[in-house]
Write a protein that binds this ligand. Sequence first.
Ligand SMILES: [Zn+2]
Length: 281
Amino acid sequence: MWDQLHRFVFDGLSVRGVFVRLDASLARNLRSHPYPPPLQRLIAEATTAVGLLATTVKIKGRISLQFQSDGPVKLLLAESTDELGLRSVGQWQGDIPEGDFSALMAGGRMALSLLPEQGQQYQGVVPLDGETLADCLEHYFQQSEQLATRILLFNEGERSAGLMIQAMPGLQQHEDFHRIALLAETLKTEEAMNLPVETVLHRLYHEEQVRLFPSQAVRFHCRCSRERCRDSLLTLPVGDLQEMRAEEGETTIQCDFCGERYHFDDQALEQLIQEKQQQAH
Ligand SMILES: [Zn+2]
């Protein structure tokens, strides 16, 4: 029942839904940094949301949801692969007061990026418009995609749940969407966190024709590797690499998402410098 995503449609209506619940996949994401509780909640929300959003695109690759602000929370980043491999990270400065999304991310902006393995990347950037992270996403879909969307996010410690109701392109009967969305809003945290998905859908929609598709597993997935760290070191000027080697004799790169450490010793640095010098010729 945990770390599963469920898609469903309302037969005869141009409305679809997604319900997701995260446990181990979220806990692993939260483990990499000692997040203050208010930020931990936001990361849980962003991670849950990006899982829901991954179902709105048909690309082989990744979807990335990013929030940046000049408030106490500097960055909130969550990614999903097309196979629902999730990773997320947050950056903050100073003490994080108890507060909601709009206070912690004052004056911020949101970026939604599609990163296909092949072909053109796409990024939409909008100013944050809403009291909650879910509000901001709803506004984004309304304005950028013209798709009426309702998103509900629930969180208890290292577990979370999310429900998204979305109009499908070509929806004629807007009252259908509004009825379904209003019923979604009656879902309580306790129900979202604890009941089997069939029961959740029955409680909300026993008067509708709901068709539930087979569930999909959600997991933690980080794409970092020694190869990628090597590539990022190779983007440095050769002088920087030489300095690094002379001063430290080694370097370690730690992945911000998963905490994995990649060590490059003196010999590895020398190799990089040689490679860099060969490139220059
Ligand atoms: Zn990693």
